[in-house]
Design a protein around this ligand. Sequence first.
Ligand SMILES: *Cc1c(COP(=O)(O)O)cnc(C)c1O
Length: 307
Amino acid sequence: MVQKAEKIWMDGKLVNWDEANVHILTHTLHYGCGVFEGIRAYECTDGRSAVYRLTEHMQRLIDSAHILGMKLPYTCPELVQAVVDTLTVNKMKSGYIRPLAFIGDGVMGVHPGANPIRVAIATWPWGAYLGDGALEKGISIKTSSFTRHHVNAMMTKAKACGNYVNSVLAKTEAVADGYHEALMLDTQGYVSEASGENIFIVKNEVIKTTPLTSILPGITRDSIITLARELGYEVLEQLFTRDELYVADEAFFSGTAAEITPIREVDRRTIGAGKAGPLSLLIQKEYFRIVKGENPDYASWLHEYKV
Ligand SMILES: *Cc1c(COP(=O)(O)O)cnc(C)c1O
């Protein structure tokens, strides 16, 4: 169960958690045309609190809405402030943040007419997304029987609610079969991403990740590319196949929720030594140093706030 906070920001107001409700004829609930974000706030080592890359997340929410043709009634600075207000009123020094923009009720039918575009922001505590021990030991994944979206069937660069039917199908199948997460291939058969994470592989100390074709442009992915290059590693954005993943030295997922989760096994084949790889753990360590305010070079990625 999600741990309740005191308030949820809804359409410009902070309302009580239990009163943040919508009408059953909310358009998005029926047709899936909505967009969301997943953001984390971390308590820094020195006691400050900071939201990680908040402006980039809110700009992506606006971009996602733009892709779906939804006009958000708030500016990026207003949305940034709303997140800070929600964390503050909920007295959260760290936690997960879930903004959601959706089409409200009014007319029914596929065309949303002039139904209002509504925005809500909820916050709750969230630990390791892929389970206890995942960050240290790595996870076991399976190639999904479900293909990732064709780029002209769904808008893959929007973090859209409806896109997630595909993700839920893949994830529930993988979990039912005893795996932690699903690996999804694109419509051509190349590796694309997981149900809510981007993927990286390492071979001979060269890092490779899928290019921004059919995948969601992850902010964690972008952080890792920047960080790894800064650490002196070569990072390629290139398509690769599942058998290239099978013989990689290391592999890991990236995402706000999953953070940097090593992959130790794919389709019952061990990856590298069958545990979290050294470069995966190095990048994970450096990532956590950044989000916890220990690396001043990346201070501009932290949006500090006071509880
Ligand atoms: C949100 C998401 C990611 C990860 O993006 P981050 O910005 O790193 O959190 C990757 N893939 C999909 C499909 C997503 O929805």
